[in-house]
Design a binder for this molecule. Structure first.
Ligand code: FDA
Ligand code: NAD
Length: 435
């Protein structure tokens, strides 16, 4: 039986939030031996967004140590040595299977125990699997998901093994769009399948989606909308050969990539901590209902001050900032100094093929498209504003320069009064640039 270890601070989860929390602890000052990061992954914290993009590129794919945190936000790269130099214990390949908040004890799958004074929950999300819904044949070989670096390695190997083959991508969200593009770049014959009338419905309007769908179609990606996968055929080896759709059609497949959403990893804490909107409820300092226990990143449902409501956000910018805020709050409490409330402006982005978009604010109210949304343009640049109660509350921009993206950030924060839809459409980016 492995022996127990005690730390003043334990971060459970060595993903994006875990890495940014470590940097903030180091900035604020920790003594050697005070802080441990426990992760079931075998590698030090890294910038997860790379996995669905450069990690799978056909040429010069990104590999560790190139994208350890905090390079994604332009910071210093925290190599494994950095943690040892700072006296921060990186406990890798260690899955925690039991958390007892009353006795402040975590227990690993191997039976090791870790006790703490302050706990930061940064467990992120797990993928929703088609086998969770009992989809027939969903556990055939080469039906793949993407969350962690091991998944990306499996995917990379399958891409190499099935060169020139057929790939079906199930899901029309972030993973669906980013993976369809990267599989196409690897010369696979790609078909995307999703149930909604257009892709990325949680953010895109029909007009925005029409641009991306045409762009993808021009690149040779086939898109099947309004239906779902109800089963899979496999050969005698158990390798997937076909995807059966609810509309009765059948798609041949050598690889299937599934991106049908994530689920925040909160199960270890069920019944021990207050939950809200599927996540662990926190205050503006990311402290949960249990004093001394904080939750950050994908798992936290926190007060979104700007909109006066509570939300959970599954994006990297928030995972970095929430981790920094929680550590500032922890250290501020110890020092008796005040820390400002978290005042987050939602920021989402994606990149695929030669495209790159950013979104800031809230996508509620009426959407007004502006700019050149012609997918066959040499350099398409277009955007959308969202107007609610006479105010411009959100902005989306494809192909923006750094200055233009800064302009839409300021706009979403300022929420200026909107002019008429026709004037907004005509003014386009000029409207944001004047803020
Ligand atoms: P994260 O998932 O990063 O880390 C959680 C860590 O906890 C993992 O290391 C996990 O193994 C560990 N863990 C969980 N349970 C554990 C247990 N019981 N014991 C031990 N360890 C445990 N966002 C964005 O804004 N732009 C983008 O381009 C992308 N791209 C992107 C690509 C891909 C492939 C994914 C999966 C996600 C994105 N995202 C994104 C989303 C973004 O990466 C995500 O919101 C953050 O990684 C969340 O950070 P967390 O630290 O909360 O979880
Ligand atoms: P998502 O929520 O973005 O998209 C899920 C999609 O699954 C839906 O849009 C829908 O089209 C589809 N879907 C749902 N049920 C289905 C079914 N039964 N059959 C077929 N399709 C179905 O989730 P995701 O794309 O899986 O991404 C997982 C996580 O990774 C999310 O937290 C996401 O934010 C994150 N991520 C973010 C980025 C980014 O921000 N650029 C990139 C990759 C991943």
């Amino acid at each position: 039986m492995a022996s127990g270890k005690h730390f003043k601070y334990v971060v459970l989860g060595g993903g994006v939030s875990g890495g940014y929390a470590a940097r903030e602890f180091a900035k604020q000052g920790v003594q050697p031996g005070e802080l441990a990061i426990i992760s079931k992954e075998a590698v030090a914290p890294y910038e997860r967004p790379a996995l669905s993009k450069a990690y799978l590129f056909p040429q010069n794919p990104a590999r560790l140590p190139g994208f350890h945190v905090c390079v994604g936000s332009g910071g210093e790269r925290l190599l494994p040595e950095w943690y040892s130099e700072k006296g921060i214990e990186l406990i890798l390949s260690t899955e925690i299977v039991k958390a007892d908040l009353a006795s402040k004890t975590l227990t690993s799958a191997a039976g090791a125990t870790f006790t703490y004074e302050i706990l930061l929950i940064a467990t992120g999300s797990s993928v929703i699997k088609l086998s969770d819904f009992g989809t027939q044949g969903a556990d055939s070989n080469n039906i793949l998901y993407l969350r962690e670096i091991d998944d990306a390695d499996n995917l990379y190997a399958a891409i190499q093994a099935k060169k020139g083959g057929k790939a079906v991508v199930v899901g029309g969200g972030y993973i669906g769009l980013e993976l369809s593009a990267v599989l196409k770049m690897n010369d696979l014959d790609v078909t995307m399948v999703f149930p909604e009338p257009w892709c990325m419905p949680r953010l895109f309007t029909a007009e925005i989606a029409a641009f991306y769908e045409s762009y993808y179609t021009n690149k040779g990606v086939k898109i099947v909308k309004g239906t779902v996968a109800i089963g899979f055929d496999a050969d005698a080896n158990g390798d997937v050969t076909a995807v059966k759709l609810k509309d009765g059609s059948v798609l041949e497949a050598d690889i299937v990539v599934v991106g049908v959403g994530g689920r925040p990893l909160t199960t270890l804490f069920k019944g021990q901590v207050a939950e809200e909107k599927g996540g662990i409820k926190t205050d503006a300092f990311f402290e949960t209902s249990v004093p001394g226990v904080y939750a950050v990143g994908d798992v936290a449902t926190f007060p979104m001050k700007i909109y006066n409501d509570e939300r959970r956000v599954e994006h990297v910018d928030h995972s970095r900032k929430s981790a920094e805020q929680a550590v500032k709050a922890i250290k501020g409490k110890e020092a008796g100094s005040a820390v400002e409330e978290y005042d987050y402006l939602p920021y989402f982005y994606s990149r695929s093929f030669d495209l790159s978009w950013q979104f800031y604010g809230d996508n509620v109210g009426d959407a007004i498209l502006f700019g050149d949304a012609d997918p066959s343009s040499a350099k398409p640049k277009f955007g959308s504003y969202w107007v609610k109660d006479g105010k411009c509350v959100g902005a989306f921009l494809e192909g923006g320069s750094p200055d233009e993206n800064t302009a839409i950030t300021k706009l979403a924060r300022a929420q200026p009064p909107a002019t008429s839809p026709d004037e907004l459409k005509a003014a386009g980016l000029q409207f944001a640039s004047k803020i």
